[in-house]
Design a protein. Structure first.
Length: 134
């Protein structure tokens, strides 16, 4: 599987739908893997975050066939910023002792998504070549 925007968009959508379901129905699973105790307040925030994960999943799935454009570039840039902040926050929370090393699995996935989307944003789509866009 080559790293194209379409492949990454579908993969990201599936990943974020899974995250949304986990945060919505079983937030304690992720929290436990990070060494964070579940509470009603934390569950509330996690379930509300599930809506954001679901929304991002829908955006990427809907945009999976989008050719190179300002809108697609904006979607990629916003996602890279989001993953960058999440990854840095995960490392900082680990360094401060607020979470366990289980957070590193999330940080690795976030960093991999950053690299993959940076690569996909620089590699022209074959459809763009065929249409004479590039």
């Amino acid at each position: 599987m080559s790293i194209t925007f379409k492949n990454l968009a579908v993969l990201t959508a599936l990943l974020f739908f899974a995250l949304a379901c986990t945060w919505l129905f079983a937030p304690g699973l992720l929290l436990a893997s990070w060494g964070v105790e579940f509470s009603d307040a934390v569950g509330l925030v996690g379930r509300r975050g599930a809506a954001l994960y679901a929304g991002i999943g829908v955006m990427f799935f809907a945009a999976r066939n989008a050719g190179p454009s300002v809108a697609r570039s904006a979607l990629i840039a916003g996602f890279i910023v989001t993953c960058s902040i999440l990854a840095v926050q995960g490392v900082v929370e680990l360094a401060m002792g607020h979470v366990s090393s289980g957070i590193l699995s999330a940080v690795v996935v976030e960093a991999a998504l950053i690299v993959a989307f940076l690569h996909a944003s620089r590699v022209p789509d074959s459809s763009a070549k065929q249409q004479g866009i590039i």
